[in-house]
Design a protein around this ligand. Structure first.
Ligand SMILES: [Zn+2]
Length: 378
């Protein structure tokens, strides 16, 4: 009788352990409520996923603290342009204020990390950090860089660039006293250094040994605050590109700026709750370096960069066989986007299946070419 009881208890404990293990294991069965925002569920999620099929763009935005990011720009890029978008905050904001509780320093860093992740869930961008420590207000970049391990922070930034492989980088700060806070200045300066170092295989060779390749980002921008309401950093009329992040998205039923404002309101410890205003809103950027030659009067952040699926061929030796296959995949992606109807989503599945088959065939073709060793692609 006792042994039966023990066996029952063990069975119960085993079932409980399995349930807990499933809840914590990535991709495992979960009993938790669905915490995805409305934009990532149902017809809205499908509409965005289909729009994303034919696009390969990517943008990395950098700053010093959680809440330094241009939330409108992140939401516009991730949810509007459907490009891979990420924010790299050098610190976790340990040295900031806390208007919602007594936690300061490391515990505050944990809270602010969580706030930032909650904001990314809404605006759809990814989140990265470096090892830089937020030691509180700093008057200059010289002071900041005397306290940070400059090489370690730069290595972290280069690692993020080589891992994420952005086509475009947007520095939140210019690296000059115009940025105000010393952390802001240092993040601007280090972003420019990281942009160059990531492309140099001689820098941080240990990363190459770990499988990361040098990566040349095509364009580097810095945020420009001309015309903005913010009085803190002011660069008079230097922007070369203006992006309307208040554009309305008919699938999402709101503007990208409205989504961004919801994300902004996640920075509760920083008292950043903001109204979800509709209508035009502008992010202004200044192009400070381009590997595409001179660009004048550009109208788009990806101007002169091929962000179609076919553009992948440019990174693999311009092979015509590859270009043709990718062209077929692009055609399927375009057709799916054109014919997508949220009331009859099943109608696009044969088109997506066709595109998937083309991509699988392309992969097999590349494997065969590389195995043959003649005219192989990198
Ligand atoms: Zn800041």
């Amino acid at each position: 009788m006792i042994s039966i009881q023990i066996r029952k208890s063990l069975s119960f404990a085993l079932v409980l352990l399995i349930i807990i293990a499933c809840q914590v294991s990535p991709g495992g069965f979960t009993l938790r409520a669905d915490t995805r925002p409305a934009e990532d569920r149902g017809a809205m999620a499908l509409g965005q996923a289909i729009k994303r099929l034919g696009v390969i763009g990517s943008v990395l935005h950098t700053g010093a603290h959680p809440d330094d990011e241009d939330s409108g720009l992140l939401a516009y890029l991730a949810r509007g342009r459907q490009v891979r978008t990420a924010y790299l905050s050098l610190t976790r904001g340990d040295g900031g204020q806390n208007v919602i509780g007594p936690e300061l320093y490391e515990p505050l860093g944990v809270i602010r990390t969580d706030e930032l992740l909650a904001a990314r869930k809404l605006d759809g961008a990814q989140q990265f950090f470096s090892r830089a420590f937020d030691f509180g207000f700093s008057k200059s970049r010289t002071e900041t860089l005397s306290k940070w391990d400059r090489e370690a922070v730069l290595a972290d930034m280069v690692r993020v660039i080589r891992t994420f492989r952005p086509l475009v980088i947007v520095a939140g700060f210019s690296g000059t006293p115009n940025d105000g806070h010393g952390h802001h200045q240092a993040s601007g300066l280090l972003t420019q250094e990281a942009y160059r170092a990531a492309a140099d295989p001689g820098r941080f060779p240990e990363q190459t040994q770990q499988g990361l390749r040098a990566w040349q980002t095509k364009k580097l921008y810095v945020r420009s605050f001309d015309g903005a309401a913010s009085p803190r950093e002011f660069l008079p009329s230097l922007s070369t590109l203006s992006i309307n992040t208040g554009e309305f998205d008919p699938v999402l039923g709101c503007s990208y700026y409205e989504i961004a404002a919801r994300g902004r309101s996640q920075h509760r410890s920083q008292d950043q709750g903001t109204i979800e205003a509709r209508g035009p809103r502008f992010s202004r950027l200044r192009l400070i370096d381009s590997k595409l030659g001179p660009i004048k009067n550009e109208k788009d952040i990806f101007e002169d960069i091929d962000t179609s699926i076919v553009g992948i061929a440019d990174y693999a030796g311009h092979d015509e066989r590859l270009r043709q296959k990718l062209g077929e995949a692009q055609a399927a992606a375009n057709e799916a986007k054109e014919k997508y109807n949220s009331l009859h989503p099943n109608l696009v599945s044969p088109i997506i299946e066709r595109g998937l088959k083309v991509l699988r065939d392309t992969r097999a073709m590349l494997d065969a070419i590389n195995k043959a060793g003649v005219g192989g692609l990198s």
